[in-house]
Ligand binder design. Structure first.
Ligand code: PPS
Length: 288
């Protein structure tokens, strides 16, 4: 398969060449946003797919048809990926986009275009676990080696998509400058309906009880795990080896407790404190 072993470097970050070229990355970096654009920004494995599904249901006013008939990567194209230019519905009244790029690449254009941004963050310990498992499935990512090796690279920020710390600090630093809604994976878990209501208010999108009911049903882990338009099983096995695991893996909070040794946990906590000690997070994760 094309460019499976290729790595692109852009803005100091390594990215899979199967999904990105310098041309596609330049397309993203010079993109002209509109005030009606809604951009989901995430570090990988933070709840991107969940947010794509929630916004699909919100924008369809609870009609599940788009979520059940259109793959999520078409409903909310990845701005920096090769196919985006062709996939973007230019005439659409509201474009939903997704990105893993750091804020420093996109923030000036987002500000200029007055687009709305939804930043989804997740406890980085769970991100690391989810990302590690995803490396076994995704043939466009390098072999992660042992969990210990991967965790070291994750903390050093040398994994594909770069440093989790830089990513969240970069986007949080835009809070006063961009029209941005910050939400965590853990909040979605704790109160999906309440979070959807806050999202709807941010987006100026009506949300009646029927839409909310449909959203709750279709955005549950079980429904999304079984929805071929959301669970990535449509991707051929040469690109995602489905025998190695599921994209919709566990969908729980705190899975790191089953993966981290006490030593790994204390190394992680020390690094987290160094990087995040002074950072004001709108919501915090239990790190112990
Ligand atoms: S990616 O590859 O960056 O787009 O991945 P992303 O979608 O950000 O994250 C994938 C993880 O999110 C979990 N997920 C969910 N959890 C709970 N409920 C719902 N509805 C849901 N949808 C996706 C998915 O299972 C991955 O987490 P892990 O921990 O690996 O299960």
């Amino acid at each position: 398969m094309e460019r499976l072993g290729v790595t692109e470097t852009f803005a100091g970050v390594s990215l899979p060449g199967h999904l990105h070229t310098q041309e596609s990355l330049a397309f993203a970096a010079t993109f002209t946003f509109r005030p009606t654009d809604v951009v989901i920004a995430t570090y990988p494995k933070s709840g991107t797919t969940w947010m794509q599904e929630i916004l699909t249901l919100l924008f369809s006013h609870g009609d599940a048809l788009p979520a059940k008939t259109i793959p999520n990567w078409e409903r909310a194209p990845w701005l920096e990926q090769i196919y985006c230019r062709a996939a973007l519905p230019d005439a659409a009244p509201r474009r939903l986009l997704t990105t893993h790029l750091p804020a420093r690449v996109l923030a000036p254009a987002l500000r200029q275009g007055k687009a709305k941004v939804i930043y989804v963050a997740r406890n980085p310990k769970d991100v690391a676990v989810s990302f590690y498992h995803f490396h076994h499935l995704a043939k466009f990512l390098p072999d992660p080696g042992s969990f210990d090796t991967f965790l070291t690279q994750f903390l050093e920020g040398t994994v594909h998509y770069g440093s989790w710390f830089d990513h969240i600090k970069g986007w949080l630093g835009q809070q006063q400058l961009l029209d941005i809604f910050y939400v965590t994976y853990e909040e979605l878990h704790q109160d999906l309906c309440g979070t959807a209501q806050r999202l709807a208010a941010f987006l100026g999108c009506p949300l009646g009880p029927e839409t909310l009911g449909a959203l709750e049903q279709h955005c549950s882990f079980a429904a999304m795990r079984d929805n071929t338009m959301a669970n990535y099983t449509l991707i051929p096995s040469e690109i995602m080896d489905h025998s190695q695991g599921r994209f919709m893996r566990k969908g729980v909070v705190g899975d790191w407790r089953d993966h981290f040794s006490p030593q790994q946990n204390s190394t992680f906590n020390r690094r987290y404190q160094e990087e995040m000690g002074d950072v004001e997070l709108p919501t915090r994760w239990p790190m112990a």
